[in-house]
Ligand binder design. Structure first.
Ligand code: SAM
Length: 199
């Protein structure tokens, strides 16, 4: 059975989906190469969102949607938008398969899934929502130049809260990009970071 068929079968059965989500969540938490957040990092992002005075949470690079789902469950009144161009996943799924699985994971959660490139989405941010009421979590490309461009777009849009993953991860260019563009962070939990815009 191919990988998508296996994942689809799991996603079609609520009990199996719950087990798979918890099992996969644990794998994502326990293995940086799997691309997800740890339980502590997820809890921090949920806490920052619920106490951040924001109406919208945007996750750039949602993978399968586990973090977006957790944020929405923790803050049902916050609009949650999950953005991904489906260029990478740890199982080697094709982009359409990856998107279909993320849709399945997010079904019924209230999370809006948008297939888009990060920079394209961020360039049009102000046309979709009020950036001054938004927290944006960057976890798509981890390349220095890409993160620099994403941060420049967010700063010019006036996003209220900037955040992301892989700050302090020596494998990527996130730390240098964040420090240069924002002069450091206000809060950190594991490799998650947060910076409130100066008002
Ligand atoms: C590390 S994973 C994200 C993990 C996710 N935030 C979580 O907490 O489970 C990176 C994701 O970013 C996506 N991605 C990478 N570059 C992107 C880009 N330029 N625009 C949109 N999505 C991108 C990949 O397809 C992948 O799904």
């Amino acid at each position: 059975m191919n990988k998508l068929a296996q994942l689809w079968r799991i996603a079609s059965h609520p009990r199996e989906l719950r087990l798979a989500l918890s099992g996969l969540g644990a794998r994502l938490a326990g293995d940086d190469a799997m691309g997800g957040l740890s339980a502590d990092e997820t809890a921090a992002v949920c806490r920052w969102t619920s106490s951040g005075g924001v109406d919208v949470f945007v996750e750039i690079g949602t993978l399968f949607g586990f973090t977006a789902r957790a944020v929405k469950a923790a803050s049902p009144g916050v609009r949650v938008i999950a953005v991904d161009n489906f260029c990478w996943n740890p199982f080697g799924l094709k982009p359409d398969e990856h998107e279909a699985f993320a849709h399945r994971v997010l079904e019924g959660s209230g999370v809006e899934l948008v297939r888009a490139d990060a920079e394209e989405f961020l360039a049009g941010l102000a046309g979709r929502l009020d950036p001054a009421r938004a927290m944006v979590f960057l976890d798509g490309s981890h390349a220095y130049e890409d993160v620099r461009r994403e941060l420049a777009l967010l700063k010019s849009a006036g996003a209220a809260v900037l955040s992301g993953h892989d700050y302090g991860n020596a494998r990527f260019g996130v730390t240098r990009a964040v420090d240069e563009a924002l002069g450091g962070v206000d809060e950190q939990c594991g490799m998650c970071w947060l910076k409130r815009a100066a008002r």
